[in-house]
Design a protein around this ligand. Sequence first.
Ligand SMILES: Nc1ncnc2c1ncn2[C@@H]1O[C@H](COP(=O)(O)OP(=O)(O)OP(=O)(O)O)[C@@H](O)[C@H]1O
Length: 373
Amino acid sequence: MPCSATPSAPVSGYVAASTAQPVQLDLQQLSVNYGDVSAVKSVNLQLHQGEIGCLLGPSGCGKSTLLRTIAGFETLQQGRITMHGVQLAEPQHQLPPEQRKIGMVFQDIALFPHLTVAQNIAFGLRQQTKQQIQQRVSELLKLIGLPDTEERYPSSLSGGQQQRVALARALAPKPDLLLLDEPFSGLDATLKETLVPEVRQILQKENITALMVTHDQMEAFAIADRVAIMQQGEIHQFDTPYEIYHAPKTRFVADFIGQGHFVPALAFNHCEIKTNFVNASLQFEHGFDVETPIELLIRPDDLEHDDDSELTGTIISKQFRGTSFQYEIELPCGERALCIASSHHDHGVGEAIGIRLDLQHVIFFVKDNPGED
Ligand SMILES: Nc1ncnc2c1ncn2[C@@H]1O[C@H](COP(=O)(O)OP(=O)(O)OP(=O)(O)O)[C@@H](O)[C@H]1O
């Protein structure tokens, strides 16, 4: 695994308030296999009471398997799942899903079409008195912002409204944990933009501990207190969205999150690095050995357009984004990088423009030794 070397660590502007709470969900060394396929490998993850976590990673990295194993639909081969101190599963003993007090929300909504909204929400409350059920249903309808829909049927609601009812149905029995499997993926982008923060607020008001699977990093950042970045069954980093973006712990996380290009560089003394296009003097937490090959991650916001800069790059392609242009630039060393410029600076493809590297935020990785695993 590549080791990261970032300039002095940024101060997080994102506070995950709930990490002060007791641990609610605890996964220890969890491994799940399908025959020869090792889908989840020795995963450790803890969620605190009221915390919203997110599993994010490329297709096939094991997100759904991990979620389904917590729910009790898959069998673990190694490790332990504990919920507020009570063991739910280990290889010799696994509680069936219905005994785990876990609520689930799926991508395909799956409301009962022949039941009203109120009946759908009340579905898991059959052990309670009629009055208790009515009270919980109206409390939840108010919470999801659909107070006058008790008697309506799911087919008369929009996709976003249906997903909010599905959420209310899962929350109704006050589960110990809520699992959400790509709950927004069937909805259009505009609806998602409003629904995702709304769902975060609903979960926070209920003080529910939740774990969501998604492919979409913006969705993960908008809903989660902490995001787990997965690859090939392993968690690379479980951290706040801010830390994931600004202080990625592995090269995979740095590459997977956000946009950017890796540019080769070399340490030429203990605390300075050199690229083919700029010498940079940086404060490192840990210095490098001289001549250490380094990769420098340049994100679009690290490379600014500056007409007064002596350093220039050639525009390879451009994207208009309303408030800004994003230019793909060929650097003097032949490497490429993305550069953000005000949308008033409209330059053509092939044109050379002044660029300036903002060294405060650049992230470095020691380049993998090709001989290593
Ligand atoms: N029922 C199964 N039988 C055999 N292999 C499976 C089964 N389900 C998943 N896998 C394999 O396990 C690995 C993890 O799959 P999983 O569905 O958990 O990934 P994922 O990250 O949720 O993917 P996606 O984002 O595409 O849904 C993959 O290699 C997949 O092919």
